[in-house]
Design a protein around this ligand. Structure first.
Ligand code: ARG
Length: 453
């Protein structure tokens, strides 16, 4: 028997029932549905729409329904969604009083409430795990990544850096992801409950009360907006997509770093896999999977944006399609952050080959000359000629003698050779945000201060 059977003679067809049900995905939020119903019932009693006995009956009946769901009761498709399943089951448990629970609400505000409760909890958990990832990156940077490596632009060797500098670059991007998730939560955490179908209700309800009981920071002011808005989901998926893009970039780096060619890290056994045919392989599958799952999250954002694009006010059944993408992406992002944290915390940072004489120190020569007063452009040109010669002779910059340097400019003095030491080069870059170790320590302190519990 459908909840609207008063007006209908038959139907819906079996195929319509299975086409239209949202139980599969709704079952993931049954706890939120029960919580929302309890809050609604309490409010109804507080404004005199339920007696205390009726409230007690409804609350204990809802507990019984929750027990059934926890113990694996699976509603049939004729229930259509979790709201109808819970209400029908409640009726079985406590009889006709169950029918009073739906006073002054609609499934439209109910589903909107349930999803907000679901999302609020998961986003807060995700924010916590992103913070943990930031702290793990900081810890690895400061404790294990004081090693000199080439920094790249265009994936070409650019300038020497402490490897820690690069790990912190990732930590900062994740720090903004954590901020974004927190910011999203402000808009997710508003109560639509009591909007009813879209026009409010004639009953003397107290929307602040349900909002308070459910821990929302206030109510959504317009009932039509409350039941039809999905921008909080889109915004969450946008934040997840950006997070996923950061995870994906770091994945690519991990994949490169773990090649023989880069030899920068060795992934732990926990987060690598072997090959069934090539015994020497240690594959960075974890990072590749994280990168691959990014597509799913971007897809969900596109899905939700497209879903709402042409919808008239207010609730339309199309909106039932909102949850699959959202739930899947939140879970995928959470799993990806957790796996990434495992990879980063357990990878071995390898001793890199020395950078002495590497042509990536060329900027140092240009900086040397310009620190002695030569305009940088001219210094750059002279350095270019020196680099060309080294390339032709197959030697490093430190293998030219002072006399040879002087052939290019009089400003070269004996200190040029020690100036070219990679560590000296890195430590000179002590401008704010530069790669010098004191800058790394400063950033580590800032990130720890913001993100440690
Ligand atoms: N199953 C629906 C959904 O998830 C619930 C709201 C249905 N409302 C309606 N008027 N048919 O969106």
């Amino acid at each position: 028997m459908a909840l609207w059977d008063g007006r209908f003679e038959g139907g819906p067809a079996v195929e319509m029932q299975s086409f239209g049900e949202s139980l599969g995905v709704d079952l993931q939020m049954w706890e939120e549905d029960i919580t929302g119903s309890k809050a609604h019932a309490q409010m109804l009693q507080s404004v005199g729409l339920l007696s205390s006995e009726e409230l007690q009956l409804i609350l204990s009946g809802l507990d019984l329904v929750a027990d059934d769901l926890r113990n694996g009761w699976v509603p049939g498709v004729e229930d259509e969604d979790i709201h109808m399943a819970v209400e029908g089951r409640l009726h079985l448990k406590i009889g006709d009083v169950a029918g009073k629970l739906h006073t002054a609400r609609s499934r439209n505000d109910q589903v909107a409430t349930d999803v907000r409760l679901w999302l609020r909890r998961r986003l807060a958990l995700l924010e916590r795990s992103v913070k943990r990832l930031v702290l793990v990156l900081v810890q690895r940077a400061v404790q294990d990544a004081r090693v000199l490596v080439p920094g790249y632009t265009h994936l070409q060797r650019g300038q020497p850096i402490w490897f820690a500098h690069q790990l912190l670059a990732h930590a900062w991007s994740f720090s903004r992801d954590a901020e974004r998730l927190r910011d999203c939560l402000r808009r997710v955490n508003k109560s639509p409950l009591g909007a009813a179908a879209m026009a409010g209700t004639p009953h003397p309800i107290d929307r602040n009360k349900t909002a308070d009981i459910l821990g929302f920071d206030g109510v959504m002011e317009n009932a039509m907006d409350a039941v039809s808005a999905r921008d909080h989901m889109q915004e969450s998926l946008a934040a997840l997509s950006i997070l996923a893009s950061h995870l994906s970039r770091l994945s690519t780096e991990i994949i490169l770093w773990s090649t023989k060619e880069f030899s920068r890290v060795r992934l732990s056994d926990d987060w690598s896999t072997g090959s069934s045919i090539m015994p020497q392989k240690r594959n960075p599958d974890a990072a590749e999977l994280i990168r691959g799952k990014t597509g799913r999250i971007y897809g969900s954002l596109t899905n939700l944006l497209t879903l709402t694009k042409g919808l008239p006010m207010a609730y339309n059944r199309d909106l039932q399609e909102d949850r699959n993408a959202l739930f899947d992406s939140v879970r995928t992002a959470a799993a990806s952050v957790s796996v990434m944290t495992g990879c980063i915390s357990s990878m071995q940072i390898l001793e890199p080959p020395p950078l002495e004489g590497d042509l990536l120190l060329a900027t140092e020569i240009a900086d040397y000359l310009s620190s002695k007063g030569l305009p940088f452009r001219e210094a750059h040109h002279i350095t270019g000629r020196i680099v060309k010669r080294c390339e032709q002779e197959g030697i490093g910059l430190h293998q030219l003698s002072l006399a040879e340097y002087k052939e290019y400019h009089d400003l070269f003095e004996a200190d040029v050779i020690s100036w070219l030491r990679p560590e000296a080069a890195v430590e000179r870059r002590n401008s704010r945000g530069g790669t010098a170790w004191s800058q790394i320590e400063r950033q580590a302190q800032m990130l720890r201060a913001t993100f440690s519990d």
